[in-house]
Ligand binder design. Structure first.
Ligand SMILES: Cc1cc2nc3c(=O)[nH]c(=O)nc-3n(C[C@H](O)[C@H](O)[C@H](O)COP(=O)(O)OP(=O)(O)OC[C@H]3O[C@@H](n4cnc5c(N)ncnc54)[C@H](O)[C@@H]3O)c2cc1C
Length: 481
């Protein structure tokens, strides 16, 4: 019996997809430049179904690619040839809310924003807020250790996920972390969060929930160039103020945002900063006044505070729609994700602008400035010969700029398929080998998301140095591509 015929009784006829046209839905994630049609997609509804599908895939020697909402921007959910995609979108139930202990349990397909929407009547929320939060899943957030505007003060996903249920490569189900208190032994949660779907499939997530702050003050400030704006960010944080969020957009990004959302942001400035400070009323008022004073001293041209909640929401809508808004300026664009130390924001952006002008491309910048997490959007037109290659080249050079400044090739979008090549530029052989050993402790056969993150196909037990064929290669079970 073929594998699809064996998967159907597990997930149900409708939830086992083999039709080539329907499979096209799953051939890419948010990084649509790469497309591979999977062999089969299953949409299980429970941990048991996920485990049974993994066991069958393993038996059939099929790679397994976990998939949440497919909004990832690094090709993390990009299928491999002949793979089984396990989509978690049907596992979208809220399992429980424990307000006294500030915990909430959810299935992995629950949409990020649905958590806060569910908690809103109780005065609570879930802090990590990727700009894609209206569509991305919590399972995808766990796999990518997703960030967002308000992660500057509150921390990334890793600071808010306390326990998970995960199905391993042999179909066994394990609970990791601790719902309450510190877990005993090694902190495996830190290995799982950010593991990009390479250690197993997360089927339940327990998150920390927070009380909504009593007061939030929003500041919108314009600057002549990104240098002054970058300086303001460094000075504000150096003064001991940790804003809940501090986001920057440059001129090109402002142009796109104004065109797409109708916000009345000035078009003749070099940068805007959008900042939230929060806390109890007196604290928020004091820190907002301090942040405003520092922004002015750093060269702010104009500072606005929203008149009411509706105007504040509009300002944030402007920022959060920025990626999509750039579609107004260019038919295609490549979303970058690198990190530089905060103090290097100004110089790094200048280098990026020089690079862009040398290469004859336009780059819009809209990013989490407080974390130094840049998102250069490299504009191109895929219909014009050579443009997509040039955009890819510029994006790669931008990552090299980040590495040179002592930053990183990813702040929050992960390495996935897209940036695996650059791992070798950021890490030495020993580092990669250590990471590979952690991966192989969970998934020795590399069933999950093979060919992601690591720069070359790397087998469990590989040693750095002179090439020695792996046992599985000698047996003809695996090969080096
Ligand atoms: C417009 C836009 C704005 C964005 N803004 C942000 C932002 O501000 N911050 C940010 O961090 N990201 C952002 N992203 C990127 C993306 O939304 C996040 O990476 C998100 O966490 C992906 O979630 P997903 O459900 O779409 O996962 P997918 O794209 O489906 O998968 C992402 C990775 O997770 C793995 N995976 C998915 N579910 C599971 C599971 N249950 N168990 C194990 N592995 C799993 C996949 O194999 C893949 O490697 C943005 C994307 C877009 C399109």
């Amino acid at each position: 019996m073929n594998i699809a015929a064996r998967l159907r009784p597990i997930v149900g006829e409708r939830n086992c997809i083999t039709d080539p046209t329907e499979l096209r839905t799953y051939e890419a994630d948010g990084l649509t430049g790469y497309r591979v049609r999977p062999a089969i997609v299953v949409l299980p509804a429970s941990t048991e179904e996920v485990a049974a599908c993994i066991r069958l895939a393993r038996e059939a020697g099929m790679p397994v690619v976990p998939r949440g909402s497919g909004t990832g921007l690094s090709g993390g959910a990009l299928p491999n040839e002949g793979c089984l995609v396990i989509g978690l979108s049907r596992m979208n139930k809220i399992l429980g809310v424990d307000v006294p202990n500030m915990r909430m349990s959810v299935q992995p397909g629950v949409i990020n924003l649905a958590i806060s929407a569910h908690l809103a009547p109780l005065g609570y929320y879930y802090a990590p807020d990727p700009s894609s939060q209206g569509v991305c899943s919590i399972g995808g957030n766990v796999a990518e250790n997703s960030g967002g505007a308000h992660c500057l003060k509150y921390g990334f996903t890793t600071n808010h996920v306390v326990a998970v249920k995960i199905v391993l490569e042999d179909g066994s189900v394990v609970d990791v972390g601790a719902e309450h208190g510190d877990p005993l032994g090694y902190d495996l949660m830190k290995a799982i969060v950010g593991s990009e779907g390479m250690l197993g499939i997360v089927t339940e997530v327990v998150v920390r929930i927070l009380r909504k702050p009593q007061s939030t003050r929003t500041l919108f400030a314009t600057f002549p160039t990104t240098d002054e704006a970058g300086d303001a960010v460094s000075q504000i944080i150096a003064a001991g103020i940790v804003p809940a969020a501090i986001e920057m957009c440059d001129t090109l990004a402002i142009e796109a945002i104004v065109a797409a959302t109708g916000v009345d942001w000035p078009l003749d400035v070099g940068a805007v900063l959008l900042m939230d400070v929060d806390g109890v009323e007196a604290e928020a008022a004091h820190t907002a006044a301090e942040a405003e004073r520092i922004a002015r001293a750093s060269g702010a041209l104009e500072i606005r505070t929203p008149r009411d909640a509706a105007e504040r929401d509009l300002m944030w809508k402007g920022r959060k729609s920025a990626f999509a808004a750039v579609g107004r300026l260019s038919p295609d664009y490549y979303v970058g994700d690198g990190v530089v130390p905060r103090r290097a924001i100004g110089p790094a952006l200048r280098e990026i602008a020089e690079l862009a002008s040398r290469e004859g491309v336009r780059v819009a910048n809209v990013f989490h400035a407080g974390d130094g997490n840049l998102h250069p959007l490299v504009l191109y037109d895929a219909r014009k010969p050579g443009e997509s290659q040039r955009a890819e080249h510029v994006s790669g050079e931008i990552l090299r700029i980040c590495i040179r400044y002592g930053g990183s090739i990813t702040g929050e979008h992960g390495v996935g398929h897209d940036k695996a090549f650059y791992m070798g530029e950021m890490f030495g052989e020993d580092d990669l080998e250590t990471m590979n050993r952690v991966r192989c402790a969970f998934d020795p056969e590399r069933i999950f998301n093979p060919a992601k993150v690591f720069p070359t196909p790397r087998l469990c037990g590989d040693r750095p140095g002179t090439y020695v064929p792996h046992a599985t290669e000698k047996e003809g079970v695996a090969g080096r591509g």
